[in-house]
Design a protein. Structure first.
Length: 95
């Protein structure tokens, strides 16, 4: 998943505001404290095992992916999942 909007925090300054490829400014990093549920702790540990990333990188990636999925699932868009290459597409709903 690539996101050209997050690719760079700099812009040329002369980009047209109506340009759909215009890059948005990326804010500076921010330190936050979070309380994770037991299920979230297990998911974080599993992500670390699967990816080899540290907790911060796993959480950062999860937030970026959650934002993209949320945006795709908004009307008129939708998110579909296929468990195997031969299985039927299933509509995914996030509640």
């Amino acid at each position: 998943m690539t996101n050209s909007r997050a690719a760079s925090g700099t812009s040329g300054g002369d980009m047209d505001a109506g340009d759909p490829h215009r890059q948005e400014a990326v804010p500076q990093s921010e330190r936050v404290t979070i309380n994770l549920t037991g299920k979230a702790v297990q998911s974080l540990q599993r992500l670390q095992e699967l990816t080899g990333y540290n907790k911060t990188d796993c959480i950062n990636r999860a937030l970026i992916i959650a934002n993209e999925v949320e945006g795709m699932s908004r009307e008129p868009g939708a998110v579909y999942w296929r468990e195997t290459p031969d299985s039927d597409l299933m509509l995914v709903r996030f509640v």
